[in-house]
Design a protein around this ligand. Structure first.
Ligand SMILES: C[S@@+](CC[C@H](N)C(=O)[O-])C[C@H]1O[C@@H](n2cnc3c(N)ncnc32)[C@H](O)[C@@H]1O
Length: 246
């Protein structure tokens, strides 16, 4: 039964988190299909690029945590790129079940149901934390960054792949028209969840610009923060390191 209510905008983190979890749990069955359709398959390329950048950066073979892993595509892209153990974490049980089904034949992939704002991991215990299209949905961005920093080993890598903001030229205008007018209609029609796909462009537009997110990462304590804009700025990959001495 599809009964998603309007997002609880302006309410506190627990309500926002509950709504986000409920929204992704309801959309899970159509999530991959709609991702590939609405991005014209570009989402696969974006994750592959992010996984390749991570592989270039990581020397040791420690744990990589893919937080907000959803149906597992980023974790799978990382495993494809490097021989390392990857733990996918998400708070939607339904999304995780799909990830598990997709990864049955793959080794070194693990899944855990947990909140990215309270990871069930010891301090300084993992080599990298990634988030693909999940960070934007967190109820508190600073808290999300602090939690990543907490679990990273000294020198560990944080990688955030998220939607960003193409400029004001024709491409940016065309993209915004697509994101505001076409995407919610097609997504809403196919998923049967109007709010989920109206929330998507809204959450993208209110998300910080790439320079602002980089600044926020630095403020929280990440070092060597850099970012790459892909596909005319539709998405950005941010990377930062945990300090080497505490
Ligand atoms: C847009 S999906 C992205 C999934 C996947 N990373 C990908 O690349 O397709 C966002 C995911 O983040 C999860 N999520 C959002 N907030 C979360 C939180 N606070 N803790 C854990 N998972 C969260 C949702 O359940 C959803 O599966």
């Amino acid at each position: 039964m599809r009964t998603l209510q309007a997002p609880p905008l302006g309410q506190g983190p627990p309500e926002v988190s509950r709504w986000v979890r409920e929204m992704f749990s309801q959309v899970a069955g159509r999530y991959d299909f709609l991702n590939h359709l609405l991005s014209f398959q570009l989402d696969r390329y974006w994750r592959r690029r992010a996984a390749a950048l991570l592989a270039r950066e990581l020397s040791s073979g420690g744990w990589v945590v893919d937080a907000c892993c959803g149906t597992g595509d980023m974790a799978l892209a990382i495993r494809h790129e490097m021989h390392t153990r990857v733990l996918g974490v998400d708070f939607s049980h339904v999304m995780l079940r799909r990830a598990l089904r997709k990864s049955r034949s793959r080794s070194q992939l693990f899944w855990a149901e947990a909140d990215a704002l309270a990871l069930p991991l010891a301090d300084k215990s993992v080599s990298a934390v990634t988030m693909a299209f999940g960070f934007r949905n967190l109820a508190d961005y600073d808290a999300g960054l602090r939690e990543i920093l907490r679990v990273l080993e000294p020198g560990g890598v944080a990688l955030i792949l998220e939607f960003s903001h193409p400029g004001d030229g024709w491409f940016g205008r065309a993209y915004r028209f697509y994101a505001r007018s076409i995407l919610p209609r097609v997504g809403g029609l196919i998923s049967g969840l109007r709010w989920a796909y109206e929330y998507l462009p809204f959450s993208i537009e209110r998300f910080p610009r790439a320079t602002e997110l980089a600044e926020q990462m630095r403020r929280v304590g990440f070092l060597n923060v850099r970012y790459w804009l892909l596909s005319g700025g539709i998405v950005a990959i941010h990377m930062g390191h945990a300090p080497t001495s505490a």
